[in-house]
Design a protein around this ligand. Structure first.
Ligand code: EPU
Length: 347
């Protein structure tokens, strides 16, 4: 084993800069992973054997409610490349530690469209499959080819295809049976050569039209990228300025009968019919309707422009954010009979 492949543990490591809520907590040990071999060394090291482990990329989908008594693996694996092409598609691979948005921008700069709707999503490439990130009419799973991961218990390297990852709406194998068992080290995306713009999402269509794009009816991938960036900047808080983890709740999916009854009481409810006959509701609308938009409990607050986002106004703890989330869930359940499920992983 070369020197750079051995694990360098740092004790009492501050995690404030490693979670986008900006919670001021510490890890008992942390280890920065720049090469896959360091990962193997870290998980096999007797000094931390038996301790709980937490993998952090950008820390953009996690609520840390206290100090972490275990080993935090800070995934900083870098690199991106075109791996191959076939008649129908290009295949591009990125290491897990690459910032997601930079990777999306890079694919476009290489003349490879397909990920533009997912511009400006915080976090890393390695975190993208875990919750199957999605926005403005596209989910990551639609561009996914495979991923490489290391199994923590054995150190074995595995390659998983889309079927094995069991992607769902903000969901995957890694949030269920595979939880805490793997470290994703790289992801390969399949970008079809026949590209179709996805500009139907209302906010994006409006932005393209308002931007006076000559090509608003048939936008380029770059125009969609720019529109997504503009819409996100206008609606969603920048974690560097106001701590947050994006949408705090999933949009709930209810049975058609429940939806019909709700629609009678609340005719304006924002909803999206699902292929299976059920109906997805806009959780932001439900929360907004309960009067929570812009309201705070201590230093934790519901964002003023998007009620689905909870923010840390400065100095909030994870527990405060969770208390606010509970209050929001209670009100939405009481008024609409709908349960909201948290999107980030709460530790
Ligand atoms: N709405 C309100 N009040 C609010 C927020 C939303 O009335 O405070 C209404 C909007 O007017 C709109 C509807 O609710 O009619 C949906 O709002 P929006 O288009 O902003 O999207 P969303 O359903 O709230 C989802 C994703 C976002 C993603 C956007 C765009 C989830 C949990 N969230 O939000 O993803 O960017 O669609 O596709 O699915 C994330 O996962 O972290 C995230 C930001």
């Amino acid at each position: 084993m070369s020197r750079s492949d051995s694990a360098a543990f740092i004790a009492g490591y501050p995690l404030k800069a490693h979670n986008t809520f900006g919670f001021d907590v510490c890890a008992q040990f942390a280890c920065r992973i720049e090469h896959e071999a360091q990962l193997m060394a870290a998980v096999r090291d007797p000094r931390t054997a038996g301790l709980p482990r937490l993998v952090l990329g950008g820390g953009s989908n996690v609520v840390l409610t206290g100090d972490f008594a275990g080993l935090v693996l800070l995934v900083a694996l870098q690199g991106r490349r075109m791996v191959r092409e076939d008649h129908d598609a290009w295949y591009v691979e990125a290491a897990a530690g690459e910032p997601w948005h930079d990777f999306v921008a890079w694919t476009l700069s290489q003349g490879l469209p397909g990920l533009e709707n997912l511009a400006l999503i915080p976090g890393t490439v390695g975190a993208a499959p875990i919750q199957n990130i999605g926005a403005y009419g596209l989910e990551m799973c639609e561009r996914f080819a495979s991923l490489r991961a290391v199994e923590l218990a054995t150190g074995a390297v595995v390659e998983l295809d889309a079927k094995a990852c069991r992607f769902g709406y903000r969901d995957s194998f890694f949030k269920r049976e595979g939880r805490d068992r793997f470290v994703i080290t790289s992801v390969t995306f399949r970008l079809p050569k026949v590209w179709q713009p996805r500009a139907g999402y209302a906010d994006i269509a409006r932005e393209l039209a308002a931007g006076g794009h000559a090509d608003a009816a048939a936008p380029s991938a770059q125009a969609i990228f720019d529109a997504v960036v503009a819409v996100r900047r206008a609606k969603l808080p920048d974690p560097l300025q106001l701590g947050n983890a994006g949408s705090f709740f999933k949009n709930p999916v209810v049975e058609a009968t429940q939806f019909e009854a709700l629609k009678v009481k609340e005719p304006e409810v924002v909803s999206y019919p699902q292929p299976d006959g059920r109906v997805k509701l806009a959780a932001g609308w439900l929360i907004d309707r309960c009067g929570w938009k812009g309201r705070a409990m201590g230093a934790a607050a519901v964002h003023e422009r998007q009620a689905l986002v909870l923010v840390n106004r400065g100095g909030a703890s994870g527990a405060e954010v969770l208390a606010l989330a509970k209050a929001v869930q209670r009100d939405v359940l009481a008024r609409f009979g709908v349960e909201l499920e948290a999107e980030p992983v709460c530790l």
